[in-house]
Each structure stands twice: as C-alpha cells, then as structure tokens.
Design a protein. Structure first.
Length: 241
C-alpha cells in the first residue's frame, strides 16, 4: 500500500483565547487548555494533525501562555512546535500575522484552538490549489445557524457574502474556523498590527480577492459555550485516531 503524503505546510493554531463564556466551568486556563477527559482540548487537535503527518505547528498564544508551553514543550505527538506569544491581544488576524513570522511554507493552515473540525487536510489543500485561491475557508452546514454568521458562495465555490448571525435561521453554511491562506498574499495587505481576520480581511476583501469556501461534512464542535464543552467530553475521546 502506498504511503500517504505528509502535509508539508505549516499549521498555525490560535490558542490565545480567554474562554469568557466558559468561565463557570473552565477556571484560570486558556480556553484551548480546557480539560477533556484528562487531556487539554489542544491534544485532540494535535491528534488530528498527526494523522496527516504534519511536521510543524506554530501556537499563537497570549492569555496564560506559559501553561500551554509547559504542557506541550517544543515537540508533541512528533510535531515540532514554535510559540508566537502576543504581549497584548492582536485579534485573530494580528495573531495569524505574528505567527506567520515562524512559517516558511507558501500556504499555511490556520486552525482555531477552541474548535475541532475533522476535515481532510489533503483534500482541503487540493481544492485550494485547484481554484488558485488566495484564501480558503472550510465550511460546515448547520441545521441551526442562529449562533453563527453564514456564508454564501457562487457556482464556482467563490465566497460572495459573509452574513451576520440571525436568530432562528436554519440550514446554512458557516465558517468552520479552519483556513488555508497564501502567506505572501496576507502579508502584502495594508493591515494594522491588531485586526480581525474575519471582519478586516474576509469580509472586507471578499469581492476583491479570490476567497473560496469548501463544504466538509465532517465532525465539528466549538467548545465556546458550556453545553458544547460538556458534549465534547463524550464525543472527542471517541474519535478514531
């Protein structure tokens, strides 16, 4: 049997979240370090990356960053780790740009440290490259979209609209929090040190840059609220890695 190719692209994981909405159940921890059956949430993301033989991860950290460094060190699950520590909050976009200084690959995967989306990274890269995208977003169809904004695409999968979340909205595609970005393209944009990737790049440049969205029918969970954090306790350890 032919061995599967390694994912050679660098991976940035945004791991600087405070976990404000989880403060009642996760105390004094960065949100990605939330305990899931004796392991931090980030552990399960590393398990996913190990499946694709990822070689290099940059952890973008801020709040209580030393707790993350102490646990994961410079290598975890066979993956080399660098740390891009924010001295003050830079927003999702600023955190990504800061972490990109540790990257060398032309395209970089971006994952949210409080979201697990079990997409096929090789397929994501193939779609991104085939469409010659500057930026690609992994999308997830949801029955109840009231907690999330929605995404609309044209017939070529190019994103044409990022919509605000609406109470009671059903059956839509949402931003799943996993991106593939042309590093030089992002670095060339006129952006301040602190900015939102979602608002200041995706929404602002949606009609100007080739930004694509690809839908994946894969396991998805965002532990941003207590009910989903509780659900993760049962579901994540059962994933077959």
């Amino acid at each position: 049997m032919q061995a599967k190719k390694s994912v050679k692209q660098d991976v940035i994981i945004l791991a600087g979240g405070f976990g404000t909405r989880l403060s009642g159940v996760v105390k004094d921890l960065p949100k990605p370090m939330a305990n899931i059956q004796g392991k931090p949430f980030l552990h399960y993301i590393f398990q996913q990356l190990k499946k694709y033989d990822v070689r290099h991860v940059v952890l973008s950290t801020g709040y209580k960053s030393q707790q993350i460094t102490d646990y994961f060190g410079s290598r975890y699950q066979g993956i080399h780790i660098d740390y891009a520590v924010e001295k003050s909050p830079l927003g999702t976009g600023g955190g990504i740009l800061n972490a990109m200084s540790y990257c060398s690959s032309g395209e970089v995967f971006i994952l949210n440290g409080d979201t697990f989306f079990d997409i096929d990274l090789r397929q994501f890269l193939q779609l991104h490259s085939g469409h010659r995208a500057a930026m690609s977003i992994a999308l997830r169809r949801m029955d109840d979209c009231s907690r999330y904004g929605f995404v609309r695409r044209d017939e070529t999968d190019r994103i044409v609209l990022f919509g605000e979340k609406k109470e009671g909205m059903k059956d839509c595609l949402i931003n799943g929090g996993s991106y593939l970005i042309d590093r030089r393209q992002l670095q060339s944009l006129p952006l301040p040190p602190k900015f939102s990737m979602e608002k200041d790049v995706f929404e602002r440049y949606v009609g100007q840059l080739p930004i694509y969205g690809f839908a994946f029918d894969a396991y998805f969970i965002d532990i941003g609220i207590p009910s989903d954090y509780k659900r993760a306790q049962d579901e994540l350890p059962r994933l077959n890695y």
